[in-house]
Ligand binder design. Structure first.
Ligand code: NAP
Length: 257
C-alpha cells in the first residue's frame, strides 16, 4: 500500500482488540485509542491492584467504559502460557472473537552486557520475546477464524542503534522484529497484517522513568503517548492487502497518512 492510500483514521467498529500490557503507559493509551476508534478492547496485564507503579487493568477498562467504549479487564502474565491462554479464552467468551493484537507488554534493561545479571537477561527475553511469542501464537487461530486481522508488536528504535552497543532490551526487541517480519509472510495467505511499531521519540511512561536510571531527556525528544495510540489505530485497521511486514515509527506513520 502506498502512503497516499493510508486512511485518515482507522474505523474499528465491530472489531475486537487484545492489548497485552495495558495497565499503564503506552499500552493503556493504545487500549483507549482503539476503543475510541470503535473496537471492543481486552485490557490485559498483571496488575489488578495498585503496586509499585501506578495503573491497573480495572482502572483502564473503567476509563474506556466511562467514555462510552467496550472493555474487559483481563488478568494476564505474558510469560505464562496458561495465563495467556486463559486471558484469550476470556476475551473470546466476552466479545465473540479477536481481530487485533497489540503485543505491548515489556520490561527495560539498558545496562551493557558485562553488567547484566542473568536474571535480568532472562526477564527481558521472557517478557519481551517469549511473551510476544505466546500471545501471538494464541491469537492467530482467532484472527484466522475471522477471515483476517492485524498483529502489532511494540518494539524500539534501539534495535537499529548498534553504534550505542548491546543490551538485553534491544536484543529482545530485535528478535521480535525478526519474528514479526517473517510472520507477515507466513500469514499473508490468511489476510493477516503483521507489523512492528515503536515510538519515534521517548514516551515518558512510568516504566520508562523507572528503567532509564534517571536519564534526562530533552523536551524535543519527548513524544506524547497519544502518538502511539493514533499509529496503533492505523495499523489495527490493516489486513494483508494493506500495510504488512513493516517496522513503523509512530510519528512517521501518522505524518504519512
Ligand atoms: P510501562 O509503563 O512499564 O508499561 C509496561 C506494561 O507492560 C504494563 O502495563 C505492565 O503491566 C506490562 N507488563 C510487564 N510485564 C508483564 C507481564 N509479565 N505480563 C503482562 N504484562 C506485563 O512501559 P511503556 O513505556 O509503556 O512501554 C510499553 C512498550 O513500549 C514496551 O514494550 C516498551 O519496550 C515499548 N517502548 C517504550 C518506549 C518509551 O519511550 N516508553 C520506547 C520504545 C519502546 P503489569 O505490570 O500490570 O503486568
Amino acid at each position: 500500500m502506498s502512503d497516499t492510500a493510508l486512511p485518515a483514521t482507522g474505523d474499528l467498529t465491530g472489531k475486537v482488540a487484545f492489548v497485552a500490557g495495558a495497565s499503564r503507559g503506552i499500552g493503556a493509551a493504545v487500549a483507549e485509542g482503539l476503543a475510541a476508534a470503535g473496537a471492543s478492547v481486552a485490557v490485559a496485564a498483571r496488575s489488578e491492584q495498585e503496586g509499585a507503579l501506578p495503573g491497573t487493568i480495572h482502572a483502564v477498562a473503567q476509563r474506556i467504559t466511562a467514555a462510552g467504549g467496550r472493555a474487559l479487564a483481563v488478568q494476564c502474565d505474558v510469560t505464562s502460557e496458561e495465563s495467556v491462554d486463559a486471558a484469550i479464552a476470556a476475551t473470546v467468551a466476552e466479545f465473540g472473537g479477536i481481530d487485533i493484537l497489540v503485543a505491548n507488554a515489556g520490561v527495560m534493561w539498558l545496562a551493557p552486557i558485562e553488567k547484566t545479571p542473568l536474571k535480568r537477561w532472562q526477564l527481558c527475553l521472557d517478557v519481551n520475546l517469549t511473551g510476544v511469542f505466546l500471545v501471538t501464537k494464541a491469537v492467530i487461530p482467532h484472527l484466522r477464524a475471522r477471515g483476517g486481522g492485524s498483529l502489532i508488536a511494540i518494539t524500539t528504535t534501539g534495535v537499529d542503534m548498534v553504534d550505542r552497543g548491546a543490551n538485553a532490551y534491544w536484543i529482545s526487541k530485535a528478535a521480535v522484529e525478526r519474528m514479526y517480519l517473517g510472520l507477515a509472510s507466513d500469514l499473508r495467505g490468511d489476510n493477516i497484517a503483521v507489523n512492528c511499531l515503536s515510538p519515534t521519540r521517548v514516551v515518558l511512561t512510568e516504566g520508562w522513568q523507572a528503567g532509564s536510571g534517571g536519564r534526562e531527556i530533552p523536551p524535543e525528544m519527548v513524544e506524547p503517548p497519544e502518538a502511539m495510540a493514533d499509529a496503533a489505530v492505523l495499523l489495527a485497521a490493516q489486513n494483508a492487502d494493506g500495510i504488512t511486514g513493516t517496522v513503523q515509527r509512530s510519528e512517521h506513520l501518522i505524518a504519512a497518512r
